[in-house]
Ligand binder design. Structure first.
Ligand SMILES: Nc1ncnc2c1ncn2[C@@H]1O[C@H](COP(=O)(O)OP(=O)(O)O)[C@@H](O)[C@H]1O
Ligand SMILES: [Mg+2]
Length: 298
């Protein structure tokens, strides 16, 4: 993408922000979610089980979930909108009512604040059936299963069981690694399908395959950046990007955005090491001296 003269700085910034790369972890996340939803392509969707997609923050879990939702958009049916895939973003606060409201939001239900929780649960269960929901994804599911808040924990477990009892859809919980064991501790949930799960990990430089995939991901970003190629996937450059990002696509993206902004600003044809070095300095913790983009490697 070298037609830089044709676009404004803002358009180039947007291009960086909107870059999508099809890297291995993304493919694995998509594959897992698709399998939880519909194990045989063109077949029937699964139902009645809970499954999990877990991994540290910024590894691309939500990004993958949004992809699945986009591939199964709501459609208009005879008695209203049908929603094959429902994505619920779990609230960080608000107790049981907050959880119920976020499900109602995803279903685009208008709910009076005076409605009791028990009634709201019934309204939600009815709407899940009417909207012919085939797959429910709870993102940030660690908020449903807070280890220390027994009240929320018990409520969320009960709610999930009620939803699964409709026997219409599977539920995928997306969350942090600890979420898996908390769901697994509930024999009633575990009993429903055995808790099929996929663990996403950041790329590990010490693993030969991971290293290869990380470099391939860097290369794809390099191709998509609105600059002349910078050589991100060369061993030396990729190792620096790895050290800065910890192998996490979200952190890598932050550096690409900031270094890209700096390169646009000073009119460079390429994003250079110095742009990344400045982006790293701007984020360095107090007292930290190391900057992977300033050390010489060799
Ligand atoms: N396949 C991808 N291509 C480009 N950017 C991505 C991709 N996956 C994730 N990102 C970026 O990484 C950041 C973190 O991803 P996200 O899905 O929010 O992680 P998680 O939900 O695991 O915390 C997002 O801001 C997104 O822009
Ligand atoms: Mg997320």
């Amino acid at each position: 993408m070298n037609d830089n003269s044709l676009v404004t700085p803002g358009e180039r910034q947007k291009r960086i922000r909107d870059i999508f790369v099809d890297h291995r972890n993304h493919q694995q996340a998509i594959q897992a979610l698709n399998h939880f939803y519909m194990p045989v392509e063109g077949g029937i969707h699964s139902r009645g089980s809970v499954c999990a997609l877990i991994g540290p923050s910024r590894t691309g879990k939500s990004f993958a979930a949004n992809d699945i939702v986009a591939a199964h958009e709501p459609r208009v049916g005879q008695d209203g909108i049908k929603r094959p895939v429902l994505l619920v973003d779990c609230p960080i606060e608000g107790g049981p009512r907050g959880i119920l409201d976020s499900i109602a939001d995803a279903l685009e239900l208008t709910v009076s604040s005076r409605m009791t929780n028990a009634n709201l649960i019934n309204v939600i269960l009815r709407e899940l059936r009417r909207a012919e929901v085939e797959f429910v994804i709870f993102d940030e599911a660690q908020e449903l299963f807070p280890e220390k808040n027994k009240r929320i924990l018990a409520f969320a477990r009960g709610l999930l069981r009620k939803m699964l009892n409709l026997n219409r859809f599977n539920i995928a919980c997306i969350g942090l690694p600890e979420t898996y064991s908390i769901i697994a501790e509930d024999p009633q949930l575990l009993g429903r399908g055995g808790l099929e799960h996929k663990h996403l990990s950041p790329y590990d430089w010490n693993d030969e395959h991971d290293r290869k995939h990380f470099r391939a991901m860097c290369h794809k970003f390099d191709l998509e950046m609105p600059f002349e190629k910078s050589g991100f996937s060369a061993t030396d450059f990729a190792y620096r990007l790895f050290q800065a990002s910890g192998g996490c696509i979200g952190h890598l993206k932050n550096y690409l955005i900031d270094a890209g902004n700096r390169a646009i600003k000073d009119g460079s044809n390429q994003v250079e090491l110095r742009h990344f070095a400045d982006a790293f300095d701007a984020r360095r913790r107090p007292g930290e001296i190391f900057n992977p983009f300033r050390v010489s490697q060799g």
